[in-house]
Ligand binder design. Structure first.
Ligand SMILES: NC(=O)C1=CN([C@@H]2O[C@H](COP(=O)(O)OP(=O)(O)OC[C@H]3O[C@@H](n4cnc5c(N)ncnc54)[C@H](OP(=O)(O)O)[C@@H]3O)[C@@H](O)[C@H]2O)[C@@H](O)CC1
Ligand SMILES: [K+]
Length: 499
């Protein structure tokens, strides 16, 4: 599990080690040097003779970056260093000087040179920053972003962020000013919340954590990300005495004459994962579902969890009446349920954490608006976690806010952040597939969720992980439709459970 801790917790954990003389910075610098050398080898096929530009801020973040630059210079890399603060760490400046690196003033000429290097190392600010970039750091980032515009995309340098992309909200993931988006972030000691929370997380690229041996046991995890083994631990494997009913029945109310495909996608994703899917919908939709999945059972009856809403519009009164009836019944029995798309319109005033809402940013804004909050989609996109938390507080539900980075939290649970997919997953119907996987995750552990409703949040995060991995598997780096993702779900789960 990837665990993010707040800046103050990291600083507190560093203090005793620094007092004991443990050379944390040397470890950070070594890891940076190795990572950058690896990227240079990938990009240029060699390290010697490549070029790196280092943006050097005033604090230890700048020192990390400059010392890594000195190490790379010793390995034959042509390094330029650009001042991005009011001062430079003494020891790092001396080490740079010894390797022949001169510190350049942040003018247009230096930034144009940086824009043509193989790698840029962003050491403007780290966890010691207060607020968005200002002063020399801001000028350097704005200037470099402009200089990069003049370079054809394939020739632009790879950007490596030291600890965090400078200027992000380290603890809250906000982006309140210019930030140089990174291809990779080498983060020290532990992940930081801003590396996992959008919108900042979208600027961090791949995140590698450098082990500094910090004792963070006492620090409350701010955000967590499930990895393969965590998903495997959460997902039950049937035993020899299991049958379709003990494995879990998922009831699905989905699809409409306007959107029959959503029902097909949701049931296709769920069917292989559960003992049985039972389906309620208009006849034409039932026909479409059964044509694809003859194993789906048509008609009302007992289920261990319900999924309501995919392919049902917010003004489809007839379908929403059925959703309302099924949802109220599920809530009255304390059963887990997934509430998606139009069904969010008929969510009871208060529900328990066993009910998982799956809005995108626009739907979350609408949900909050219906509860008296003045919120636009852009507000949710700028501060997704804050709005997700508000929705949890107002409804009592577990909320999965889907996006390139999907966030999940319930009342009192950890915040989960999953980013397992691919940009190709931004395609019609992907949300219907996700809803199917979340429904399945709740159905197969229904008894556990009824006993411990807080379990719905990690299970929904696990479902998001399976969905994202299925998209990656189906895509192989190229375009996909949602049906490809649904078809890849079963093999993806097998892979998750096997490894
Ligand atoms: N301690 C260790 O051994 C280890 C530390 N580690 C590393 O240290 C980093 C933390 O270093 P830190 O505490 O020196 O703070 P840091 O983030 O470099 O910036 C502070 C300076 O930046 C400035 N500044 C502030 N706000 C700003 C803004 N909004 N916009 C622009 N500038 C701003 C301000 O300078 P001023 O404005 O006064 O010139 C301030 O003094 C951490 O992220 C990690 O990389 C790791 O290697 C592990 C071992
Ligand atoms: K940085």
């Amino acid at each position: 599990m990837l665990i993010a801790r707040r800046a103050r917790d990291v600083t507190a954990a560093e203090a005793p080690l620094l007092a004991a003389g443990v050379p944390l910075m040397a470890t950070a610098v070594r890891a940076l040097g190795t990572a950058v050398a690896g990227l240079l080898r990938q990009r240029c096929g060699r390290v010697v003779g490549t070029s790196v530009a280092v943006l050097v801020g005033s604090g230890d973040n700048g020192a990390d970056a400059l010392l890594a630059g000195a190490e790379l210079a010793r390995r034959g890399v042509a390094v330029i260093a650009i001042r991005a603060g009011s001062r430079v760490h003494d020891g790092a400046a001396r080490a740079a000087h010894r390797t022949g690196i001169t510190l350049l003033a942040p003018g247009a000429a230096a930034l144009a040179r940086a824009a043509r290097c193989d790698v840029v190392l962003d050491g403007v600010t780290g966890i010691g920053a207060d607020g968005p970039l200002r002063g020399a750091g801001l000028d350097v980032v704005v200037g470099l972003l402009a200089a990069l515009e003049a370079v054809p995309r394939p020739d632009r340098p790879l950007v490596v962020a030291v600890d965090v992309p400078s200027g992000i909200g380290v603890d809250d993931g906000t982006v309140a000013g210019p930030v140089l988006g990174a291809d990779r972030t080498i983060t020290m000691g532990t992940a930081k919340p801003g590396l996992l929370l959008p919108p900042a997380a979208l600027l961090a690229g791949e995140v590698d954590v450098v082990d500094l041996g910090l004792d963070l046991a006492g620090a409350e995890p701010a955000v967590v990300r499930l990895e393969r083994a965590d998903v495997a631990r959460l997902w039950p494997v049937p035993g020899p005495t299991d049958h379709k009913y003990t494995r879990g029945v998922l009831g699905v109310v989905a699809g409409s004459t306007g959107y029959p495909g959503a029902a097909v996608l949701a049931t296709s994703a769920a069917a292989p994962l559960v003992g049985m899917v039972r389906f309620l919908g208009p006849d034409t939709v039932v026909d479409a579902v059964l044509a694809r999945h003859p194993e789906v059972v048509h008609g009302d009856g007992r289920a261990q969890a319900w999924l309501v809403g995919p392919g049902i519009g917010v003004d489809d009164g007839e379908r929403l009446a059925q959703v309302r009836e099924v949802l109220e019944r599920a809530v009255a029995h304390g059963l887990p349920a997934v509430v998606d798309a139009g069904a969010l319109e008929v969510l009871p005033e208060r529900v328990g954490a066993q009910v998982v809402l799956t809005p995108h940013a626009g739907e979350l804004a609408r949900l909050l608006g219906a509860r008296g909050e003045d919120v636009a989609r852009e507000d949710v996109e700028a501060r997704p976690l804050a709005h997700l938390r508000r929705a949890v507080a107002l409804t009592g539900a577990t909320v999965l806010l889907k996006g390139a980075v999907t966030l999940v939290a319930g009342p009192g649970t950890a915040v989960h952040s999953q980013a397992d997919g691919t940009a190709w997953l931004a395609t019609a119907g992907a949300g219907d597939v996700l809803a199917g996987v979340v429904g399945a995750a709740l159905a197969v552990r229904s008894d556990d969720v009824v006993a411990e409703p807080g379990l719905a949040a990690p299970l929904a995060a696990a479902a998001a992980a399976v969905h994202g991995r299925a998209a990656r598997r189906a895509s192989g780096g190229g375009p996909i439709v949602a049906g490809d993702v649904a078809r890849a779900v079963a093999a993806t789960l097998a892979e998750v459970l096997r490894d």
